[in-house]
Design a protein around this ligand. Sequence first.
Ligand code: FCB
Length: 435
Amino acid sequence: MQFTRGDFPADFQFGVATSAYQIEGHGFGGAGLTHWDSFAATPGNVVRAENGLRACDHYHRLDEDLDLIKGLGADVYRFSTSWARVMPGGTGPANPEGLDFYDRLVDGLLARGIKPAATLYHWELPQPLADMGGWRNAAMPDWFADYTATIMGRIGDRVWSAAPINEPWCVGWLSHFEGHHAPGLRDIRATARAMHHVLVAHGRATQVMRDLGMGNLGAVCNFEYTQPATNSAADHAAAARYDAIYNRFFLGGIFKGEYPEAVLEGLEPHLPDGWQDDMTTIQAPLDWIGVNYYTRKLIVAADGPWPGYAAVDGPLPKTQMGWEVYPDGLRHFLNLAHDYAGGLPVYVTENGMANPDVPDIADTARTDFLTQHLGAVQQAVADGVPVAGYYVWSLMDNYEWALGYEKRFGLIHVDFDSLKRTPKASYHALARWWR
Ligand code: FCB
């Protein structure tokens, strides 16, 4: 990698990201059952029915992992706090061991000179709340606000930045329309409600954190570059619908207080009554916007009811996920986020790739991928976007949700039998200019 820190704006923050359920080990420390545990226990949902009960055992290897972040030279560590670890019942009493764990995590980062960037929800919904309908339930924003007050009441005085929800599209669409993530629904009405409630929860949690006196609050959305597979008018229209659902619905709510027409076309009949009244809450002022970006999709029109599209295989080189490598998409979305967020700092809060790595692999695919995407960040900076940071997904190989432990996104290899950590060549390549 031919970069130096001087190739990026002054005060640019480099970091790595993880999430609670993917690394901690939810069988430890009094964490409650989550909807990912029951989703994984249902045959056919997750590769080999794997779950996060042990994961990387980060819960017991916290210091070793924090030393590895330090060794990388990262400025920022983006982690998430697990609702089910903090409040095993979803509501009601907190789990003291859970709060202590996040306390140690934050203090351990600060002691090493690393900025803690917290995300409040990265998908491990406490099972008792899932039993009450989860994100379909209009009470979710209230419950989420209570959880926010509990965890941030403990660590909010020391975190450097915070965002309520990781990737609202995954929480809403992927989990309730496509059924690929917990709770595995394929139901348009559940989808509409989840997509709206998740934004209301985002706004409520933001307000709770402001009231606690916290600053540097943002939102983390994911994006997929969308292109029609052919020049036909039908494929163009289908791609525009895909783009609106994936890339514009959440930014539209948060920054404009409105949802795109192309989405309301299908979802409006299913939104909760009076949804427009929630827009002020959803538009709670933010300090930054986060872009998670991995790939592009080629879209064609498809028969059948709204949204009437399908994705087709593209010609570009692909990662272990089968995702096309398309760095220009990152430049595009940094510009798009800037258009919506009007002047706020924009962070790349996730970017990276999966590869079938073994510990001593040359790891050139990942270093090439990161080099290309860092180049796209530089282009966005040249376009005038106030890009303020870039975080690699992920610190270490981990539980890749419905794809289990097979898809390796880490800068650090994890042997899931011995749990041994081995930094890959990409870790060393970044450390050479981050440290
Ligand atoms: C993102 C998720 C993260 C991980 C990466 C590969 O959508 O936020 O947990 O699964 O994709």
